[in-house]
Write a protein that binds this ligand. Structure first.
Ligand SMILES: Nc1nc2c(ncn2[C@@H]2O[C@H](COP(=O)(O)OP(=O)(O)OP(=O)(O)O)[C@@H](O)[C@H]2O)c(=O)[nH]1
Ligand SMILES: [Mg+2]
Length: 274
């Protein structure tokens, strides 16, 4: 369910230029966001320099939120730091995953934890590396009242990518074009990991059916939401390249995304033929 009529302070003019400032300063919207029951799921793998900063920044905006850190046995001690943060704040929860590592697998465990143990009406996914600015959270929540899924886009009007290297920008552009052309997703930012879901959407999805383990998870989840006829809102975000820690991007992760695209195409053709 969604209404096209702007309802409050975060409505963004279509011609808004790439902006350097964030809108979370709006007191009324911030107060509104702070009344929501919200959980933020953060997957971590070797994020020792970021995990404390990102949790503090989230609580700075939404003190009532629950934060679920899903760590994949990081070798740099991220899991132990997360445990210490949890001891100081009952709203922090930590899942220590063992066995096969993967961003998608971590998100699935994080979502299941929220659905099982927390009463959150809105559930976010967000990176730990400070690329996603928590000051966007109230704006997501504003839209999430009306849309099943709100997804942050770096590439629509008003969105920006700061400090991106040329090769990352090129890979990202090729990925975006091919996924959209080949699968008909019609999203400007198919691989974004900054999203907010209404609880009923995640409850309705069979999370165990998601097969992507790496970044392809983002594409697969958006695809599932779209196939279900969910209402989706893309919202501009300011994305800043990570300053600390290392990227986990690998050839294997890119290949998985390529195979997912072909899986979606095959499925579409089979459905057409049936
Ligand atoms: N639990 C878990 N988290 C992961 C895994 N791979 C990546 N992450 C986390 O997923 C988020 C996104 O990963 P990044 O490495 O930042 O990916 P990226 O944004 O494409 O790459 P950067 O250019 O380094 O920012 C971060 O919070 C990572 O710590 C994994 O295998 N397991
Ligand atoms: Mg990152």
């Amino acid at each position: 369910m969604h209404s096209e009529t702007p309802t409050a302070c975060y409505d963004i003019p279509a011609d808004r230029p790439g902006r350097g400032e964030l809108p979370a300063e709006d007191g009324a919207c911030l107060m509104e966001a702070r009344k929501t029951r919200t959980a933020v799921v953060i997957p971590t793998y070797n994020e020792k320099d970021n995990i404390k900063k990102i949790t503090a920044a989230i609580f700075g905006v939404l003190p009532q939120a629950h934060i679920v850190i899903v760590d994949d046995a990081s070798g740099d001690g991220t899991g132990a730091i997360a445990e210490r943060l949890k001891d100081k704040n009952a709203r922090i929860h930590v899942i220590h995953r063992k066995g096969e590592r993967g961003l998608g697998l971590a998100y699935i465990d994080g979502f299941k934890f929220v659905l099982e143990h927390l009463d959150s009406d809105y559930i976010f996914e967000m990176d730990a590396d400070l690329s996603h600015d928590p000051r966007h959270l109230p704006e997501f929540l504003h839209y999430a009242r009306d849309y099943d899924m709100v997804t942050g886009s770096r590439f629509i009007n008003g969105g920006t990518v700061q400090k991106r290297s040329l090769w990352r920008a090129t890979i990202s552009r090729i990925a975006r074009w091919s996924v959209n052309i080949l699968t008909g997703m019609e999203l400007t930012d198919v691989t974004t990991g900054f999203k907010c879901f209404q609880r009923p959407l995640l409850e309705a999805i069979d999370l165990d059916e998601i097969r992507s383990k790496g970044y392809a998870f983002q594409i697969e989840l958006s695809r599932i939401a779209k196939d279900r006829g969910s209402s989706i809102k893309e919202m501009p975000i300011i994305f800043t390249e990570r300053r600390a820690g290392h990227s986990k991007m690998s050839a294997q992760i890119i290949l998985e995304a390529v195979f997912l695209v072909f899986r979606i195409i095959t499925q579409k053709l089979l459905n057409r033929g049936a």
